[in-house]
Write a protein that binds this ligand. Structure first.
Ligand code: KG4
Ligand code: ZN
Length: 339
């Protein structure tokens, strides 16, 4: 089945053509990073306006790159939520109009479902069941994944998401936006043991996370410094912050995998691009005999191809979205799978 996928939940306008929930024929992403950078974060109204400007161009590019004409499309998959409501509505309204016009079915996909199933588009795809650590700007969640549409939340952040913590710490260090990749690059040059930042929730016997206290610890450290922070000192702060995030994410994920008796782990979402996280999980997979999958970087950040796996499954199984389906800003993944 040839599916056109559309994603517009935050600050990336994306469209892709995916065959049989497996083969990516195109995956076009128009980023709005430059628009939001000067505000230090995503401005929702600006994001919606930019999606309106970009959506048709991105869809046409995705069809063109795939070498597919619009009348060959057999179904449409779209992000229904969670995300910024105005941003979501641009993609969802376009998807609904196209599905109606073409007379093809529509699948409403959960944004995080897209992220955690992205590795199924690649060669080293994991078998079910697996544990998914979803780490992005809005999520830090551990899910048990028993199949497509069969998700159970095992733990989540109680305050900031990991990506959000990266972005806020980068801002307070004056590094710019989006902060994750900037801290990651700087961390490579610093000493991860230079500053003993806290490891929040590490010893709590559950699968929940918390990153707001860690961000505050970095702020307090910075406030106490009397000279400008630059050079090696800046790199040491970045490396020490990253070490704290990586230790909490990896140790709690491994503990949860052991509790659930799961030997396969997927790490997905924008923060899954992080070099420190990839390296540490790589060491741990060898040591503990676990299979740990990271999607390739283009499939970690927001994109539309990642929706193709679930969209194909739902459409093949007659789980079509009604044309009255609406966007939802918050939507637990467990409920999405049960819909
Ligand atoms: O999944 P994503 O593209 O969008 C959301 O759904 O939120 O994730 C974006 C988040 C941002 O917070 C960004 O700073 C973070 O992922 N990120 C990173 C890295 N690349 C992106 N965080 C740490 N290290 C990275 N290399
Ligand atoms: Zn995302």
């Amino acid at each position: 089945m040839l599916i056109l996928c559309i994603e517009s939940s935050c600050d990336e306008t994306a469209a892709a053509v995916v065959r049989d929930g497996r083969e990516i024929l195109s995956n076009v992403v128009a980023s709005q990073v430059d628009v939001h950078a000067r505000f230090g974060g995503v401005v929702p109204e600006l994001a919606s306006r930019k999606h309106v400007e970009a959506i048709s161009v991105v869809i046409n590019s995705a069809l063109e790159e795939a070498g597919v004409s619009i009348d060959q499309i057999e179904g449409i998959g779209v992000t229904r939520g969670p995300g910024l409501i105005g941003a979501l509505l641009v993609g969802l309204s376009t998807a609904k109009a196209m599905a109606w016009m073409l007379g093809v079915p529509l699948a409403a996909v959960h944004h995080m479902e897209g992220h955690i199933l992205a590795p199924l588009l690649e060669d080293a795809s994991p078998e079910f069941p697996f544990l998914a650590l979803a780490v992005s700007g809005g999520h830090t969640h551990l899910y048990r994944v028993d199949g497509i549409g069969r998700y159970r939340t095992l733990g989540q952040t109680l305050d900031d998401a990991a990506g959000e913590a990266y972005d806020k710490v980068a801002k307070l260090l004056g590094l710019g936006y989006p902060g994750g990749v900037l801290i990651d690059r700087l961390a490579v040059q610093g000493d991860p043991d230079a500053i003993a930042f806290p490891r929040p929730m590490l010893h709590k016997p559950n699968s929940d996370f918390s990153f707001s206290g860690l961000k505050t610890a970095v702020r307090q450290y910075v406030d106490k410094c009397h000279e400008p922070i630059e050079g090696r000192h800046l790199a040491d702060i970045a490396a020490s912050f990253q070490a704290a995030v990586v230790e909490v994410l990896t140790r709690k994920t491994l503990r949860t995998a052991a509790d659930e008796k799961l030997e396969r782990i997927v790490v997905a979402g924008g923060v899954a691009c992080n070099s420190g996280l990839r390296a540490r999980f790589g060491e741990l997979s060898a040591k503990h005999g676990l299979k740990i999958c990271f999607p390739s970087p283009l499939l970690c950040g927001d994109n539309a191809a990642m929706l193709g796996v679930a969209a194909n499954y739902y459409l093949e199984n007659g789980r079509h979205a009604d044309n009255a389906v609406n966007a939802v800003s918050s939507w637990p993944l467990d409920a999405a799978g049960a819909a």
